[in-house]
Design a protein around this ligand. Sequence first.
Ligand code: ATR
Length: 280
Amino acid sequence: MKPDRYAVVGNPIGHSLSPSIHALFAAQTNQAMVYEARLGRPGHFAEDVRDWFRNGLHGLNVTVPFKEEAFRLADHRTARAQRAGAVNTLWAEADGTLTGDNTDGAGFLRDLSARMGLDPANRKILILGAGGATRGLLEPLLHAAPARLVIANRTPERALELVASFAGLAGATHLEASGLDTIPDGPYDLLINATAAGLGKDALNLPPGLLAATGLAYDLVYGPASRPFLDWARQQGAARVSDGLGMLVEQAAESFAAWRGIRPDTGPVLREIRQTLEAP
Ligand code: ATR
């Protein structure tokens, strides 16, 4: 029997770790599938994706810069994709229509709680950035009932918009917006960098005292792009820092589970991917 076909689309896509991650999941769970990287063509995304599924593709991951286009393309969307306003996972239904899901937020929460051992309940959390990445985190984070959740953004209006659209999910959480220069006093238990990847060293210019002595600093991106923020956090005395590689593996596992109905063990896969990434 021919293996089922999956892919990830983005632009650029050359350095994507998703093919390696899914190959490890497939081997671990004995799934007959192949997974490859495909370069997306700006302006032709929808037509290309429809073509790929017509030609037998089973499922697709979508990465930068196509997640919003994938959201518009999907015929049906899961509730969490609807909330996120973006789709990173697509699959074809029996009638050929496409369902869009978003596994980023769930992947982040799982990495945070299962690997880092941080339960957001009653904690104080600061998110830097108010773009698509932040939007994807808000529903699962609010669901976990932190005491306070501040969204700080260079353009404060975007943070305010997010607060307005998620206010209904805040429950007892104090949800608020600020500019980067008007961040309410810390200390915060969790500081998340969700601004654009690879900001220069002084780009954020954050005040001291934001992080609690036991605090965790988490950058959603991984590898060298996460270094300036994580170095800054270490200088600030962060008890722990993490890049976003665990989130990448966990969101992949969520996609894999949606496609295959089986959840891979992410621990060994994360270790192997980390070794590959750090190999000289
Ligand atoms: P994503 O989908 O990755 O979140 P995005 O929607 O383009 O991407 O959002 C990028 C985020 O990084 C925004 O919060 C942006 O701030 P603005 O809303 O003010 O543009 C933030 N960002 C990008 N470059 C930045 C910089 N040099 N300093 C501070 N924030 C920056």
